[in-house]
Design a protein around this ligand. Structure first.
Ligand code: AHR
Length: 500
């Protein structure tokens, strides 16, 4: 049986776990907003048309900051279409997802929903078909108390107080040829700098995110970040990172996805630090990992088809991945990678939340339920508090396919006020593995409890036919003797320990 030994010590720290690490993402895409979070005819709808059963699940998931309204969608979006009397709002073509956008939900309604779920808004501006002028009008509308055309318009639209939005994304995936208004790094870097400067002339303390690469496999990866930041370094606070992982008939590589995320984070921070050195700047740029998840992107690409001129559905079923146990284990591993880099990842958004590659699914007029991936996210968000520890690990390694040799067990840990949490993934496909944890460097007394996700059927799912086939299980093998914890992890499993 493979073995792993972990040493936790309060002197070995990565950095504080910022709550924004557990953010989410809602895009106007498919059945995410319409027939997802918003379904006025549903029996659980509140007075604004938002499903209360979904609100409860989003709260339970524990998402903090939520990025909105896209994604690819934002690169063709006119924010003005989504404010004012709902019955007068235009229906528009959404070119990104070949759909009709009804604009029934816009900034005001979405903020109402966020108030119900208790999350912070992270707003993206359109730098695809639009530019700095429209971005500053939106900022004026959202954040200026009153006395100007746009701020008075907001009041007339029913919102007396400003929205007070702090975190803003300067466009979305502008490196991607699929993006409306796709630009090269030079052009985007200049536009991001100009937009950021203009926005700061209204409100200097905004937190601004420049677009990084839309994936580590982009041909411009690394060089894109360097060039954009050469132009925008002093004007922005964060550079974005996006990464999606899929099994695609290669479980070995899939289970090692966290190692790829580690490498991604290292490359982006290296590019940012290179520019910092080059500019002799005191400022450090951290990462907003504002799209990450498991997504069967190969299957999605294969389904692409040519549309006719009259085919613009409202809220079609798009990107409705049904997640497996293996997907949940990998997602737990990606959270381990984010925690391990809590010093440089300031914020992260699971992409996305409901129906569209989401941990939550709904049926129109029917149930809302938790996908397998819901569990590692909700437990990690609930338990990971305080300081992320630099876990000193020794033990067996395993083939991680295209990601090289990786530890059999991946791990992260946090500690706060006499409580610790340890997150573990066993990547071995056929063998259980024993983990021992030395706690002598931590001031944490009390019992240990272990819960997680594993199953004899790695491809078991929760779907309409059985919405609770997969759920959290208690690992009864965990023992604490003095300062040593011992646990046996089943093959292909994700586990969280709560200590103290
Ligand atoms: O999350 C789905 C899509 O993936 C987003 O719209 C886009 O930003 C990314 O390519």
């Amino acid at each position: 049986m493979p073995r792993t030994h972990l040493v936790l010590d309060s002197a070995f720290t990565v950095g504080p776990v910022r709550r924004r690490l557990f953010g989410g993402f809602v895009e106007h895409l498919g059945r995410h907003v319409y027939d997802g979070i918003h379904e006025p005819a549903h029996e659980s709808a509140d007075e604004h048309g938002f499903r209360k059963d979904v609100i409860e699940l989003v709260k339970e998931l524990g998402v903090t900051t939520i990025r909105y309204p896209g994604g690819n969608f934002v690169s063709g979006y006119k924010w003005e279409d989504g404010v004012g009397p709902v019955e007068q709002r235009p229906r528009r073509l959404d070119l990104a997802w070949h759909s009709t956008e009804t604009n029934e939900v816009g900034l005001h309604e979405f903020q109402q929903w966020l108030d119900s779920v208790g999350s912070e808004l992270m707003l993206a501006v359109n730098l695809g078909t639009r530019g700095a002028a429209e971005a500053i009008e939106l900022l004026e509308y959202a954040n200026i108390p009153g006395g100007t055309a746009r701020s008075e318009e907001r009041k007339a639209n029913g919102r007396e107080e400003p929205f007070g939005i702090t975190m803003w994304c300067l466009g979305n995936e502008m490196d991607g040829p699929w993006q409306l208004g796709h630009k090269n790094a030079e052009d985007y870097g200049k536009l991001a700098a100009m937009t950021a400067k203009a926005m700061r002339q209204i409100q200097p303390d905004l937190e601004l995110v420049a677009c990084g690469s839309s994936g580590a496999s982009m041909p411009t990866f690394g060089e894109w970040e360097r060039t954009v930041l050469e132009h925008a370094y002093e004007d922005v606070d964060y550079i974005s990172a996006h990464a999606y992982y899929e099994e695609d008939q290669d479980l070995t590589s899939f289970l090692a996805s966290g190692a790829n995320m580690d490498h991604f984070i290292k490359t982006v921070t290296t590019a940012a630090d290179h520019v910092q050195a080059h500019k002799g700047s005191d400022k450090r740029i951290d990462i907003s990992f504002d799209e990450w998840n498991v997504w069967s992107i190969t299957k999605w690409e294969a389904q692409q088809k040519t549309f006719t001129l009259d085919e613009w559905p409202v809220a079609p079923r798009l990107l409705e991945d049904v997640y497996t146990v293996a997907d949940a284990v990998v997602l737990g591993g990606l959270l381990i990678s984010l925690l391990r880099h809590a010093d440089r990842v300031a914020s992260a958004s699971i992409a996305q939340l409901v129906n569209v590659i989401g941990p939550i699914m709904t049926e129109p007029g029917g149930e809302a339920w938790r996908q397998t991936t819901f569990f590692p996210f909700s437990v990690t968000s609930r338990l990971a508090h305080g300081t992320s520890l630099n876990v000193v690990a020794s033990g067996d390694t395993i083939d991680g396919g295209k990601h090289g040799t990786v530890p059999v067990v991946d791990s992260a840990a946090t500690v706060e006020d006499g409580h610790a949490a340890v997150f573990l993934v066993n990547r071995h496909q056929s063998e259980s593995t024993t983990v021992t944890i030395d706690l002598s460097g931590l001031d944490v007394d009390g019992d240990v409890h272990a819960e997680g996700i594993w199953d004899d059927d790695l491809h078991a799912v929760n779907d309409l036919s059985n919405t609770s086939r997969v759920g959290l299980r208690t690992n009864e093998s965990v023992r604490r003797e003095g300062d040593t914890i011992t646990i046996e992890l089943p093959p292909v499993s994700w586990t969280a320990l709560s200590i103290g």
